[in-house]
Design a protein around this ligand. Sequence first.
Ligand code: HEC
Length: 383
Amino acid sequence: MKVLFYFLGLVGLLGLTLSCGTQKVKNLTVGEVWTAEPNWTGSFQGLAEGLSALLPITTNSQEFENAERRPYLIKRIERLSEISSTAKHGLSPVRPDPRFTLIGNFLPQAFQNTLAMSNLDRIDLARHSLLQITATCIECHQRSSQGPNLASPDFDRYLIQQRPLDKAEYYLAVRKFDLAREALGQVISSADEAANFFEVDRAIRYLMGIAVQFQMSSDLAEKDLQQVGADTRLPFYLRHNMNAWTEAIREWKIEKPVPLNFEYVESLIEKGAKAQAGFADRGGDIYFFRSIHHLHQLIAGQSEAEAQAPLLFLLGTAYEAIRDLGVWRSHELYFEACVRKLPKSSWSQKCFERLQHNWQENWGLDVPPSIMQRMEELRLLSI
Ligand code: HEC
């Protein structure tokens, strides 16, 4: 009897915890998130709360792109953008971690870009941009066990229910690569749903990006590629890209060690551009991922603007080539950083040209006034 009592008690307790748990997950349904107004203080705390409140939408592409949500979404991004233009993070902005560049100098620009994109129906770009910003905060706070937790354990449980590509992009952005690989595997194994080849294509390229840009492993890239390549359902154009990647990995494996410098990375980028031809229009990816890895290494060791600007130009160029990989899209910020880093130089002119080209591509004739103003400011800086 006593045992039964305990048992029932345990079940009761378990039920309570479970219902609490379910309750919390339910609190994170999309509808409720939209009614909960974050506490908008004008400080980084307010920014953290605003980003955190948006996180369930930022990681749900269908909800984010839902036209009914647009006016409210834009209002919130406007508020975040406002706060970011004055609030200061409680840290010295001159620490050598490259992510400080984002929070120290480029957060207002990143928000302004996000806002302009959401105002002009480039809502997919806006979501990736917001995801990138939020993930920068989350990843660094988690890694250093400091700062507020923007992604609560409840959010983690909400995330598990999301579509595989949305999940994967979140994990990629916060650099949880094992979880990202798992979710990408789910996207790829669903390749028979003919409509989602676009997603499968992106998933395979993200896999290559993890292996090359972050793990620097030709073995892993080769293994992933062989595994994915065995799938006979993959379309023709994807196979062309994969053949080009296989070739690039083979070349990488037999490459003799050379000193890591500007010229070497420049030559990798040139090879990447050459490999991007015909049906294999993404054929240069392996070279670009390798370049990005090396450029981050090189720039971390430089403190002089004269040495940084050319590296920022190459970073912009390599990122530009992979710009359709949403969560890694950052070429515009690097080109802008280059102009600001070394104004009135041949590098600032080159970078401004690329920036202008990209902005025209993004906005066409419809450049929002805030962006127009920034473009003029940068043009004057560059020449
Ligand atoms: C490169 C690492 C890094 C990044 C990126 C980062 N933080 Fe932090 N953050 C920290 C550390 C370390 C602390 C604790 C030390 C401190 O309070 O100064 C902190 C503290 C904070 C605090 C509490 C102190 C304060 O300034 O109010 C807030 C709020 C905060 N971060 C928000 C953010 C937001 C929002 C972002 C993204 C836009 C972000 N952080 C990005 C490392 C980072």
